[in-house]
Ligand binder design. Structure first.
Ligand SMILES: C[S@@+](CC[C@H](N)C(=O)[O-])C[C@H]1O[C@@H](n2cnc3c(N)ncnc32)[C@H](O)[C@@H]1O
Length: 319
């Protein structure tokens, strides 16, 4: 990435992102700040893989609920991609996020001259990053899916980080028992367990995927590289932002608000006009999702497991 240096890089979740002229944003999750003249935005998973214009001023808005291990990963991003020589870097966090232990972590990681200031409820830790830092290894685990033992990097507060979720495993088993496809779409891919399992087990030759979490997408890309499988990811809440595919799979995110859930389901229904859908939900929610798909005119079959159910939906054939 070329051009004049930026006056500020901000690494931030959506609620703290703003597009100000001359500044750059590394977006940790969708939505990205709206484009505006002279402002520059890049997804976290993209900033991790390519060089960026450096800045003498960097702000890191540490997201809550992602675990302290994210501090190490963001130190790598700041040091190796964003901060120019002698840059001042400010970490902004709520006092409930443990600023003292974050300051100790930064010192142990080689940060120098850390000072502490308070701005309302926010604590600011400012210091100089080390000259260089090695890429941290995310936590990982190995599990058998289909006929393959698969190792997944899964860390930084992503869904089901210690083992493959039971719903994901049920959806994989149903998809693996069905005809192979050229390309599968995995909507809400997380760290990639489902799409990668389908490709490694040769049920799909390639995959396209979405998620609203750019850190999860970075893990999914890293996991796909481990198996040299063809995965293209897009950070978006809209399932229609990836091309139509003969098969779409989704382990439905159920802790999102009603309007996001409605928009996601509407996009999944649209995709099903052009290909099959396998959607896994907890059995307690089966009625609600079955009604949604059936009311949209789709034919729905069920594949129940102990706690989850896979809803297999397809368009009704015209008479
Ligand atoms: C139940 S988890 C499933 C993750 C992964 N597919 C698995 O099975 O391990 C749901 C995922 O959907 C993502 N998500 C939430 N809303 C979304 C949306 N509108 N579009 C795409 N992904 C979304 C979450 O960030 C999360 O990674």
């Amino acid at each position: 990435m070329t051009g004049p240096p930026l006056s500020l890089w901000r690494v931030a979740p959506p609620e703290a992102s703003r597009a100000e002229s001359g500044t750059g944003t590394v977006a940790l999750a969708a939505p990205m700040p709206a484009a505006s003249a002279g402002a520059f935005s890049v997804w976290f998973h993209e900033a991790m893989r390519r060089g960026c214009r450096r800045s003498q001023d960097v702000e890191v808005w540490l997201p809550a609920y992602r675990g302290k291990s994210l501090v190490r990963l963001l130190t790598w991003l700041v040091t190796e991609r964003l901060a120019g020589p002698g840059a001042a870097v400010t970490w902004r966090l709520d006092k409930r996020q443990g600023p003292d232990s974050v300051a100790r972590m930064l010192t142990a990681l080689g940060w120098a001259g850390i000072t502490r200031k308070r701005d309302g409820r926010v604590i600011e830790l400012t210091g100089q990053p080390p000259a260089t830092v090695s890429m941290p290894d995310p936590e990982c685990f190995t599990e058998r899916i289909g006929g393959q033992d698969l190792t997944f990097s899964a860390d930084y507060g992503v869904f089901s980080p210690r083992r493959v979720d039971d719903g994901t495993a049920l959806l994989a088993a149903v998809a693996l028992s069905q005809p192979a496809v050229d390309t599968v779409a995995d909507i809400g891919i997380g760290y990639g367990a489902l799409a990668i399992a389908l490709m490694v087990n040769e049920t799909a030759r390639s995959a396209v995927a979405t998620d609203v979490d750019s850190v999860a997408l970075w893990l999914a890309e890293a996991n796909a590289r481990r198996y040299a499988v063809d995965l293209k990811v897009t950070c978006t809440p809209n399932p229609l932002d990836v091309p139509p595919t003969p098969l779409t799979v989704c382990n439905m995110p159920t802790h999102i608000d009603a309007s996001s859930s409605g928009a996601l389901m509407a996009g999944l229904v649209q995709r099903t006009r052009r290909g099959r859908l396998l959607l896994v939900v907890h059995r307690a929610l089966e009625g609600r999702y079955t009604r949604h798909l059936a009311n949209a005119g789709l034919v729905v079959d069920r594949h129940p497991g102990p706690a989850h159910v896979v809803l297999a939906a397809r368009a009704r054939r015209s008479p």
